[in-house]
Design a protein around this ligand. Structure first.
Ligand code: FES
Length: 154
């Protein structure tokens, strides 16, 4: 269920969008901020507000890879798996993240603290390897720094 604040924010987004469809991704991002992912119920509410069908909104949600349709931990680690990061040490970084948290990409730690997701380019290729935790982008990541980085997220 969307909060009143989220509904109002989505309506404000709609008010300055040329078409309802153009507001869809922003509306989904607003919904996702509540719990870190978009539930079926939230998706239906977004569809109602945008006067779109749930299938249409789900199509946008599943196409746009920063919208999550399954529950996640309190903090989401996006590991860039695109070419520049591959070349610059993605495999070592990925192995270190997995080893440190004891989970595979796509999984959430038992305490609900972290979810690891692999992602395509995070837009900082000249600073590969890159990872993102929530909205924080980490560039030129040295796997040795991983413990310090993760310690910032309770
Ligand atoms: S390839 Fe990793 S940020 Fe672009």
């Amino acid at each position: 269920m969307l909060t009143a604040d989220s509904r109002n924010e989505i309506l404000a987004e709609l008010a300055h969008s040329e078409t309802n469809r153009m507001a869809c991704i922003e509306a989904l991002k607003i919904a996702q901020r509540e719990n870190g992912w978009v539930s079926d119920g939230q998706l239906r509410e977004v569809a109602d507000l945008l006067e779109m069908t749930p299938d249409e909104v789900d199509g946008v949600a599943t196409f746009y890879n920063l919208i999550r349709r399954r529950p996640v931990g309190r903090h989401v680690i996006l590991l860039c798996a695109s070419v520049s990061c591959w070349v610059m040490g993605y495999a070592i970084l990925r192995a270190r993240v997995k080893q440190t948290l004891g989970i595979e990409p796509g999984q959430t730690t038992a305490d609900g603290r972290f979810t690891i997701l692999e992602n395509q380019c995070l837009g900082a290729c000249d600073h590969a390897p890159v990872l993102m935790i929530n909205d924080d982008l980490y560039r030129d990541v040295d796997p040795e720094q991983l413990g310090d980085i993760l310690a910032k997220y309770a």
